[in-house]
Write a protein that binds this ligand. Structure first.
Ligand SMILES: *[C@@H]1O[C@H](CO)[C@@H](O)[C@H](O)[C@H]1NC(C)=O
Length: 215
C-alpha cells in the first residue's frame, strides 16, 4: 500500500475516534479534587488511596426543588461538581421539578445529549434543529415516557398539568453545561448592545431594553 493511502487510512481512523463526548478514562476512577490548583480538561484526580465510598455518592435527589421563581421550574444537578466520583466518566444527571404550568425555558447543553424520563405528570417537550431548517420537534410526554434531546440543540419543557411534574434527566457529560437562551442573550454581563439585538431580533431598541431589564 502506498504511503499516501496509509496516511488517508490513519486519518480516517483518527476521525472515527474524534467523537464529541467526554474522553474515556485511563484508570478505574479519577475522583475529582476540586481544590487542586492545576487546570486540566476535567478535574485533577484525588490520590486513589484516599478515595472513600462517599466520593461516589450523592444524596438528596428525592428532594423537590424550589419552583417559586419566574419560570416555575427547578433543576437539581448531579454533575462532577456535586458528585466528585463522576470525574472522567462522561455522564451526569439532573432532577427537574415543575410547578403547575411551569416551564424549563429554552436552553442548550453545549457538551451533552440529554435523555429525559417523566416520573410524574404530563410534560410538553421540544427541540429545534440547527440552521437553516430550524425545525421544531415536539411531543407531549406522560409518566414513564423517555425522550432524547440531541447534543447542543435548543430545547425546552412545559408542565401541562394542574399538579406538580417531575422528570429525571441523564446527560452524556460529567459537566454538560447549560446555556439558557434568554439569559445568555438578554442578560449577558455586560449587555450585548441593544442595537445589535434589535437588528438580530428585527425589533426596536426599546423592546430589547425592556427585555434586558428583566434579566
Ligand atoms: C423558594 O424560593 C423563594 C424565592 O427565592 C423563597 O422566597 C422561598 O423562601 C423558597 N422556599 C423554600 C422552601 O426554600
Amino acid at each position: 500500500m502506498s504511503r499516501f493511502l496509509i496516511s488517508i487510512l490513519l486519518l480516517a481512523t483518527c476521525t472515527l475516534f474524534a467523537s464529541a463526548s467526554d474522553p474515556s478514562p485511563l484508570q478505574d476512577f479519577c475522583v475529582a479534587d476540586p481544590k487542586s490548583p492545576v487546570f486540566v480538561n476535567g478535574v485533577v484526580c484525588k490520590d486513589p488511596k484516599g478515595v472513600q465510598a462517599y466520593d461516589f455518592l450523592f444524596r438528596g435527589l428525592h428532594l423537590m426543588g424550589n419552583t417559586s421563581n419566574n419560570v416555575g421550574s427547578a433543576m437539581t444537578p448531579v454533575t462532577v461538581a456535586e458528585l466528585p466520583g463522576l470525574n472522567t466518566f462522561g455522564i451526569s444527571m439532573a432532577r427537574i421539578d415543575f410547578a403547575p404550568m411551569g416551564i424549563n425555558p429554552p436552553h442548550t447543553h453545549p457538551r451533552a445529549t440529554e435523555i429525559l424520563t417523566v416520573i410524574e405528570g404530563t410534560i410538553l417537550v421540544g427541540f429545534v434543529t440547527s440552521n437553516r431548517e430550524n425545525r421544531l420537534i415536539t411531543k407531549v410526554l406522560e409518566k414513564g415516557d423517555v425522550f432524547v434531546f440531541p447534543e447542543g440543540l435548543i430545547h425546552f419543557q412545559k408542565n401541562l398539568g394542574n399538579g406538580y411534574a417531575l422528570a429525571l434527566a441523564a446527560l452524556s457529560s460529567q459537566n454538560p453545561g447549560v446555556i439558557t437562551i434568554a439569559n445568555a442573550v438578554f442578560g449577558s454581563n455586560p449587555n450585548i448592545a441593544a442595537d445589535i439585538l434589535a437588528k438580530a431580533f428585527q425589533t426596536d431598541i426599546s423592546v430589547v431594553s425592556q427585555i434586558q431589564s428583566k434579566f
